[in-house]
Design a protein around this ligand. Structure first.
Ligand SMILES: CC(C)(COP(=O)(O)OP(=O)(O)OC[C@H]1O[C@@H](n2cnc3c(N)ncnc32)[C@H](O)[C@@H]1OP(=O)(O)O)[C@@H](O)C(=O)NCCC(=O)NCCS
Length: 202
């Protein structure tokens, strides 16, 4: 039997993969009743909010441009201009859609600032973690934790919510720092839960 050996490289994130990320997370992070074009903008907002020009964004991709997983990090002091992105990308939206975008941006900024308030300068925030193929999540995480350790980071912090695979962090021995409810996103059937996790980098 001839076995094809594929070399797995963790490399800086290439922006050409943004559209694959959007397609992957769109079903989880936007409503199926919305127009597809709006779902894309809404999902991209969440992704853009987690992206920083800081050399701390990584990917695993296979030949033929197939994205397997991506991990973005943020130093406490890193800034991105998300409100500029919103201005540029939501000009033609209806008032109602703009309102949804603003509600989402308000939520992201509220959760981000909660996590920042817990961090010291030598801690790092995991701002995006996505794996489009089972197994590639642990693979990228284990390698990047080693790299962060070598860069003398002490703890990784992150926030997530009930629309994500937050259980992954429990399984992977992160400490749950806070479980809360974000009332503006509750609906009649379900409370919208948020989670803050921490892991010591050892
Ligand atoms: C969270 C997330 C990144 C985890 O990535 P992942 O690749 O699924 O994680 P793992 O590498 O740990 O693999 C998950 C499971 O698949 C199993 N697995 C690994 N390779 C496999 C394969 N080839 N076939 C089938 N199962 C496999 C692993 O053993 C593991 O099983 P376990 O849960 O029983 O331990 C992923 O679920 C995801 O992208 N979710 C959507 C976005 C999200 O919620 N992000 C995190 C919160 S913001």
């Amino acid at each position: 039997m001839i076995r094809k050996i594929i070399k797995i490289d963790i490399v800086p994130f290439e922006k050409k993969y943004f559209s694959q990320l959007v397609d992957f997370v769109k079903p989880m992070w936007s409503f199926s009743t919305w127009e597809d074009s709006f779902r894309k903008i809404y999902t991209e907002l969440i992704l853009q909010n987690s992206f920083f020009e800081n050399n701390l964004t990584f990917q695993i991709a296979l030949p033929k441009d197939k994205l397997c997983s991506a991990m973005f990090f943020q130093n406490k002091s890193d800034k991105n201009n998300i409100y500029k992105w919103i201005d540029e990308n939501t000009k033609n939206l209806s008032k109602e859609k703009k309102q949804s975008i603003n509600l989402c941006a308000e939520y992201l900024s509220y959760m981000d600032s909660k996590v920042h308030s817990l961090m010291n300068d030598d801690d790092i925030k995991l701002s995006l973690f996505v794996s489009c193929q089972k197994g590639y999540g642990s693979l990228i995480f284990k390698e990047l934790i080693n790299r962060l350790k070598n860069q003398n980071y002490k703890n990784v912090y992150l926030w997530t919510d009930c629309e994500c695979n937050w259980q992954w962090y429990i399984k992977n021995n992160f400490t749950l720092i806070e479980e809360a409810i974000y009332p503006k996103f509750n609906d009649e059937n379900k409370l919208f839960k948020t989670y803050i996790f921490k892991k010591q980098i050892v």
